[in-house]
Design a protein around this ligand. Structure first.
Ligand SMILES: Cc1cc2nc3c(=O)[nH]c(=O)nc-3n(C[C@H](O)[C@H](O)[C@H](O)COP(=O)(O)OP(=O)(O)OC[C@H]3O[C@@H](n4cnc5c(N)ncnc54)[C@H](O)[C@@H]3O)c2cc1C
Length: 453
């Protein structure tokens, strides 16, 4: 079976290695680098910079741990080198894995020329490749509104922020979703004066208000200026200086050295000639898929950001794996459909925020009866030892059966700790299963066991 994959991000890579392992003849076409946007611009560089910023703020707070005052300074060159090292290490590892599984990698830009063919415009000329099945995993790119033209120098998209040429003295971030708040956190960790333009009255619209409130408190403590209820309508270079001027619809104006757009993304579906293969897109350019990731053409799949589901690397990779399993006939035996409502996600701010499954507000809105238990980390010995008692664990369960339906964690290592609740939600475990697990002491996970009581 000839399986062609367009795009080498988390969706494409995972599909390629899983399908090859199960016996498919796999060709993966990638125009840029294996690892995709996730490695090049999104997850890896952003989290590497956030980790350095986190180390700096941890050191600044370490006086409470019996240490002398530490005042670390960032070395931009060393940080850039570190980002590049991590990226190339991961890219190398991914390429090795793909070749060890016998995946043929073709470097170039692909487009469909018929229901069973793609044409690759590559560095070594063009090549037509025939397939029995194909996967479109071409990802997405930052959305650029018509009212602003990024210049890569002062008016930036999230992709222009790495490697950091300079750290902005002051920055206005437009967009208060997950990406926006992570950039606010990152720049403020490096001592920039940050303004966040928040179109509603709450950062992270759609998240549990209690969770958003903890983050807003941290932003205010750091001196971040929150411009609530405002929509940016223009960003221009400042005629009176080196910086930029951001204008909002309510007349407010913000001046800063840089501005960063974090207002979502658009799918990379243009230029693929999907019509030739019988694959439809919706009005936003996303490729609609069914619960098996099948597009409007029964032999062609789509996965990752381009499919318009949850724009997360972890979800993209799981979709890729499910596609490979279905393709190779595993679905009849052990294949479980992907349930997007059970995807864990995290926001790498300080404190970290992570959640999974049913949210309290969502349950109340739908009138569903739930039991909510909440334990603050301040009651946990390890949080006190860590000198960081901020945040809490919240578990949502079914009052009749005790089955865990969801949860959120705000606090140090929330992104790691949420795995316990994610496993419980996926495997339909009960709160009693968490309570009866013999966990480590002293550890932050003790708050999980207590919240499950
Ligand atoms: C700033 C930022 C931070 C993020 N952090 C996280 C995080 O911490 N955790 C998380 O889970 N998610 C995170 N995400 C989301 C995550 O990056 C995406 O969900 C993920 O990259 C999607 O993977 P993908 O496989 O769909 O596409 P991508 O990673 O975008 O890969 C698609 C690949 O397809 C290639 N391609 C496109 N068109 C063609 C063509 N015609 N021919 C050949 N190749 C083509 C591209 O070059 C690209 O390499 C973040 C996003 C942003 C913007």
């Amino acid at each position: 079976m000839r399986f062609v994959i367009v795009g080498g991000g988390p969706a494409g890579n995972t599909a390629a290695t899983s399908a090859a392992r199960l016996g498919a003849t796999v060709t993966m076409i990638e125009r840029d680098v294996v690892g995709g946007a996730a490695h090049l611009w999104d997850c890896i560089p952003s989290k590497t910079m956030i980790a350095t910023g986190g180390a700096m703020s941890f050191l600044r707070r370490s006086t409470g741990m019996g240490l002398e005052q530490a005042s670390p300074e960032v070395d931009t060159g060393a940080l850039t080198a570190r980002i590049e090292d991590i990226k190339s290490h991961l890219q190398h590892g991914t390429s090795e894995l793909l070749s060890s599984q016998g995946v043929r990698m073709v470097r170039g830009t692909a487009r469909f020329t018929g229901p069973n063919t793609v044409l690759v415009d590559g560095v070594d000329g063009s090549e037509e490749i025939a397939f029995d099945n194909a996967l479109v995993a071409t990802g997405s790119r930052p959305r650029i509104p018509e009212w602003c033209q990024p210049d890569g120098d002062r008016i930036l998209t999230t992709r222009d922020c790495y490697p950091p040429k300079v750290f902005p003295a002051s920055v206005t971030v437009i967009g208060s979703g997950v990406t926006g708040v992570e950039f606010v956190h990152m720049f403020s960790s490096f001592a920039a004066k940050v303004t966040l333009v928040v179109s509603r009255q709450q950062v992270l619209p759609g998240k549990d208000p209690e969770v958003a409130a903890v983050l807003e408190d941290d932003f205010l403590r750091r001196g971040v200026h929150l411009l609530k209820g405002a929509r940016a309508t223009a960003i221009d270079r400042d005629p009176d200086g080196d910086g930029v001027v951001v204008r909002c619809d309510d007349g407010r104006v913000v001046r800063s050295s840089h501005a960063v757009l974090a207002i979502g993304s658009v799918p990379n579906s243009d230029g693929l000639d999907l019509d030739a293969a019988g694959v439809d897109t919706d009005d936003g350019g996303y490729i609609p898929i069914d619960h098996n990731c099948v597009t409007t053409a029964a032999h062609i799949y789509a996965a990752g950001d381009v499919s318009g589901k949850l724009p997360l690397s972890s979800v993209a990779a799981m979709q890729g794996r499910k596609v490979a399993e279905r393709l190779m006939g595993l679905h009849s035996r052990q294949h479980r459909h992907l349930d997007y409502d059970k995807a864990a996600s995290a926001i790498f701010t300080e404190p970290e925020i992570a959640d999974v499954g049913l949210a309290e507000a969502e349950a109340f809105a739908s009138g569903r009866k739930i039991r909510v238990t909440k334990v603050p980390f301040s009651a946990t010995p390890k949080a006190l030892i860590n000198n960081d008692p901020r945040g809490f664990v919240k578990i949502v369960s079914d009052p009749a059966t005790g089955v865990v339906l969801g949860g959120s964690i705000v606090g140090r290592h929330a992104a790691e700790l949420i795995s316990v609740i994610a496993l419980a939600v996926t495997a339909n475990l009960k709160v009693s299963d968490i309570v009866e697990s013999l966990l480590v002491h002293p550890a932050l996970s003790e708050a999980l066991a207590e919240a499950a009581e």
